[in-house]
Write a protein that binds this ligand. Structure first.
Ligand SMILES: [Zn+2]
Ligand SMILES: [Zn+2]
Length: 425
């Protein structure tokens, strides 16, 4: 296996003393800290060339880092080797009977997948393997748990998957410098990063699907531009969830971009376009439909009329004007920002809340204020909407679904001292 040194983790007892050395005496740049809630640790990254040092500060007495310091004192805690394909690396180690702490990869910081090897197999060193989010082989690792079920009060939420596409990294991360986002999502040779498409099914007395991915109408030029990979797609994941297109009563659109509405229609053998969900009514915000059918130079490339005009022709389109309840427990809320009429979906049952954030926060990195997609038509509106949403998310302890995050389908978000942390569920 090919591996590069990603970083060295250093357990720190007294952070200000450690900063006095690493930051002040050595003169190294220390990045803003990141909370890793699951491990009850705060990580301070210090880039050193291609690699980094990671100062680890325990945030609770029962944190593994706190226990480590208690036992062995502060010092080197682990080394992290970055690999292209973590599944393959783990398989290779298992074949050689290596003792693993993690048999399967789990989500780490910044959307990466990580797994630890036991020190007893690594000559006294705790070794972490890491695969960056959006590396070209990350598909295989996340394609497996493509269907995830959650119970929210009396509603069942099922996160599905319609494959992957790649978009320009600058388009996805906006004004965030490439040197920063490239450490989270490594771009391919055409500067593209990989995004999954994750529609969400809500099952109560009726069955709804929120967005429907890209669908299968794309031509070869489109597939090449966006590196479309639908090896595992909505048909597979619907089936894995025990559903067929016939079971869907309501299709709800957050907006009509092709990676959300492409799956709304299919082309028959005779070339005719028809609704993909034969029994469903399709609910779309009126302003979004108007904008999608009258695009301008900046919005044109994101809308494909074949995705939504046939719904109107078939008489299954229902246009709504305001924020309202679409089925019991499911409400739409206008955000704008990404498009003028972009909306998010709040789901509530028995006092429990969930949010389908759609492209207001496409990945878990977009929880940070400045991480706003360059694709957004009204980025300052995106910022205001996101800040309002995050306040409600934290207050309601809501489960948040990210439509384009490679590793994190759903998470809770906690806020302490003005800092947000994403806790994958
Ligand atoms: Zn969009
Ligand atoms: Zn999107």
């Amino acid at each position: 296996m090919k591996a590069v040194l990603d970083h060295v983790g250093i357990a720190v007892r007294d952070l200000s003393a450690a900063l006095a050395f690493y930051r002040d005496a050595l003169g190294l740049h220390v990045e803003a800290p990141e909370e890793v809630a699951a491990q009850r640790v705060r990580a301070h990254f210090i880039p050193v060339g291609e690699s980094a040092l990671e100062l680890l500060e325990a945030t609770a007495d029962d944190s593994a880092v706190a226990r480590y310091i208690e036992k062995r004192g502060p010092g080197i805690h682990h080394i992290t080797l970055r690999v292209d394909d973590i599944q393959a690396a783990l398989a290779q180690l298992k074949a050689r009977h290596t003792r693993l702490i993690d048999e399967a990869p789990r989500p780490g910081a910044e959307g990466a997948l990580v797994a630890f090897i036991h020190p007893s197999s690594a000559h006294g060193v705790l070794v972490e393997l890491k695969q960056r989010a959006s590396s070209s082989t990350a598909h295989a690792a996340v394609a497996a748990p493509a269907v995830t079920r959650f119970q929210l009060g009396e509603l069942e939420l099922i996160s599905l998957h319609d494959g992957f596409l790649r978009v320009d990294g600058g388009g996805l991360f906006g004004i965030v410098p490439k040197t920063r986002w490239a450490s989270v999502a490594s771009p391919d040779e055409r500067n593209r990063v990989t995004l999954p498409m994750r529609p969400l099914v809500v099952r109560g007395r009726r069955t709804m699907i929120i967005d429907a991915g890209l669908g299968d109408k794309s031509d070869d030029a489109f597939k090449d531009t966006f590196a479309v990979d639908r090896t595992t797609n909505l048909d597979h994941t619907l089936a894995a969830a025990g559903l067929t297109p016939n079971d869907i009563d309501i299709v709800l659109a957050t907006h009509l971009h092709f990676d959300h509405a492409g799956g709304f229609t299919v082309r028959d053998a005779d070339g005719r376009l028809r609704p993909r969900f034969p029994r469903a009514r399709y609910v779309v915000r009126r302003g979004e439909f108007d904008d999608a059918t009258h695009p301008h130079a900046r919005s044109r490339s994101s809308y494909i009329a074949d995705d939504f005009v046939p719904l109107k022709d078939a008489g299954v389109l229902e246009l709504v004007d305001d924020d309202q309840t679409i089925m019991p427990g499911v409400k739409v809320q206008h955000t704008g920002g990404h498009t003028q009429h972009h909306q998010v979906i709040w789901i509530e049952s028995n006092g429990q809340h969930a949010l389908y954030a759609a492209d207001s926060m496409p990945t878990s990195m977009h929880v940070l204020d400045a991480w706003i997609a360059g694709f957004d038509l009204y980025p300052v509106q995106s910022l205001a909407a996101k800040q309002r949403l995050l306040k409600d998310i934290v207050e309601r302890h809501a489960l948040v679904f990210f439509d384009h995050d490679l590793a994190v389908a759903a998470a809770r978000i906690e806020e302490h001292g003005g800092k947000r942390r994403v806790v994958p569920v």
